[in-house]
Design a protein around this ligand. Sequence first.
Ligand code: GLC
Length: 521
Amino acid sequence: MPAPWWSRAVFYQVYPRSFRDSDGDGVGDLDGVTSRLDYLQQLGVDAIWLNPVMVSPMVDHGYDVADARDVDALFGGLGALDRLIEAAHGRGIKITMDLVPNHTSSHHPWFQAALRAGPGSDERDRYIFRDGTGPDGGRPPNNWLSIFGGPAWTRVVEPDGEPGQWYLHLFDAEQPDLNWDNPEVFEDLEKTLRFWLDRGVDGFRIDVAHGMAKPPGLPDMRLAKAEMVLANMDDDPRFNNDGVHEIHRQIRRVFDDYAHAVAIGEVWVYDNEQFSRYVRPDELHLGFNFRLLRTRFDAGGIREAIENSMAAADLVDATATWTLSNHDVDRTPTRYGGGHLGLSRALAMTLVMLALPGAVFVYNGEELGLPNVDLPDEALRDPIWERSGRTLRGRDACRVPMPWEGDAPPFGFSANPQTWLPIPPEWAALTAEKQRDDPDSTLSFYRRAIDMRRSRPQFGGRSVQWLASPDDCLAFRRDGGLKCVLNASRVAIPLPDGELLLASAPLVDGDLPPDAAAWLV
Ligand code: GLC
């Protein structure tokens, strides 16, 4: 059987609010994505992952879904998605969407009905309502914290006007968690999956795929972990409960009716054996392994992240996945130290990532070398800012709209100068237009690297062999013959024998400088 298309694909993550605005409201939309498919085709990506575009009050920018079987008017409605699918498929690019099964919006008709119906009703049983503790039930049912800060429980006012039960929300209070023990919840998700897959969607990135099942009795969590925003550890009762695997099996049975489609889970689980369970043959096809993304620019740590990610996939003969950034974390140049140093390291890590076997995920703007943006308080839109009592700034800094062309904001992103997050004037130097014809730009580097990865036989095979390398460096070889060398040390190093295919920085007297990587064959 030939390997499935996704097994070595380069996925390009589009954050639709920030990619391109076609209608001048200052927020990106799906026709905006369609208008830039040439760019994505030239970049060489195989598939797009769209962050959520379903109907939503947009409290968490679409991760609060009020109608899972329609596209929000903000993004252009269903027609705009159909146009994107058709145009992308015409260019051989697949379209995958985000699916949010752990929670809905508080505006979802189910949640509204649950509020009206009162305690003990079937409507309430679709969510996780509990009586409070303490005098008059005035304290939450347990001590769980929301990932966005503050308690994970909110008390409702009952139909009789009195304070009453509490409902669980692992994220914002506008994102009530569904009760996956209620069969109606899966029945509805199945309708949603079939709705989109029948429309031609090529798969889903499944949000919080380690979160849907809750432990019996909802035991307290250890509060030492309170500050770990989106980085819950393996012993956190809010996530990674055994029951989640039966849910994935149910979901997989639907996917099995659509042989072309891929299910990719967002799995913030670090233990290899625990992680591997999510990608068993009857569960998800792919799971995001975040080890590489969480590693500092340190050769030992990077090697360990690669070995563990591959070991976790190998345990169940699954495909490894690699990603350095997404809409929830600091952008790579910023994470690796900022400025020229940060960008050099980010490009070096790009070569490491693209040299590895498996599926790769690139976040929009990564290919332009965009850093985080320091936004003023009044510009912040992420619910984390308010929920944390304005102590955590949230994720807006990595979600600033793409600079396309011209010399001043909004750089062709929108016809409207009031973009949903402001674009800094310094990005004049980073526009796609400026980088397109500059052979030394970050964009040209990404294009070359992705093209080589796709077209050269040296990238074949499923394993890597580690090669000897100087201190604070790493070197590995693919079965097909590609060698990748990373220099995380402070001195230039000689390259191994072979023809140089690509380097992330110019060689110095034939040597690889610090904070750089190279490919050889
Ligand atoms: C996931 C998403 C994040 C979102 C959260 C709640 O972690 O990546 O952006 O806020 O789920 O849906």
